[in-house]
Design a protein around this ligand. Structure first.
Ligand code: CA
Length: 240
């Protein structure tokens, strides 16, 4: 039975979500205070965390960031604010998905099942394949796949999991355009409700990290379509 931590200070909402989750046979723990919620998240084992954004003592973004420094527990942010910036900053602080209040409980349950399923798949993959250090070379980048570290010359670049997945998806499809939708599907999963402009934000993060100041970006924007990376010696397609 999956054990879910609910950190939410609106007591009626917390209780409602708890009852619905219990009805679905999840084990639940509710905490109304941000700082105590963080303590629980760090010191006990949960299969997923439902995390409110605005909380007394410590806000949800800070909780997500601190949990993510030491744990991979999936986090779904529950936010009343529906702006792209809030959603992106939630994701960037380590949340795996978000849901905007007020939400239908069925939607929350579906998102929860999706993150739990993803974790189970990742666990299976990592136990089936011994972690092998593989090195991928792309133009002047050298990528260590086991620890997601990229080298360009003597510069070492640390990528987040999403930035790494974005880069590797583009490299797997090198010399071809990958659409924003394909990237969303691949990196956030087909069941996420994340909008394609989040992809643009992550491409920007990735460019800031990997691009050299004195040369064009590794990642070309193909207007209206998506993105591509091209090998240095690939033939340049004819302009049309
Ligand atoms: Ca709140």
């Amino acid at each position: 039975m999956a054990k879910i931590l609910i950190i939410e200070d609106e007591k009626n909402l917390a209780r409602f979500v708890q009852l619905e989750l219990q009805h679905e046979e999840y084990e639940t723990v509710v905490e109304n205070n941000g700082r105590r919620g963080l303590d629980l998240a760090l010191n006990e084992k949960f299969d997923a965390i439902l995390l409110d954004l605005m909380l007394p003592d410590l806000n949800g973004l800070e909780i997500a960031r601190r949990v993510r420094q030491v744990k991979t527990t999936p986090i779904i942010m529950m936010t009343a604010r529906d702006s792209v910036i809030d959603r992106v900053s939630g994701l960037d602080h380590g949340a795996d998905d978000y849901i905007v209040k007020p939400f239908a409980i069925e939607e929350l349950l579906a998102r929860l099942r999706a993150v739990l399923r993803r974790v189970n798949i990742e666990k299976k993959v990592s136990s089936n394949t011994a972690i092998k250090q593989k090195v991928v070379k792309f133009n002047d980048l050298t990528i260590e796949t086991a620890n997601r570290i990229v080298h360009r010359g003597d510069k070492t670049i640390d990528l987040t999991k999403r930035e790494y997945n974005l880069l590797m998806t583009l490299i797997d499809n090198k010399n071809n355009v990958v659409s924003r939708e394909q990237l969303l599907n691949k990196i956030w999963g087909p069941e996420s409700n994340i909008e394609t402009n989040v992809v643009e934000v992550y491409v920007r993060y990735l460019r800031n990290k990997i691009d050299a100041p004195d040369r064009p970006s590794y990642i070309k924007t193909v207007r209206g379509t998506g993105y591509m990376v091209r090998e240095d010696d690939a033939p340049v397609p004819e302009a049309n």
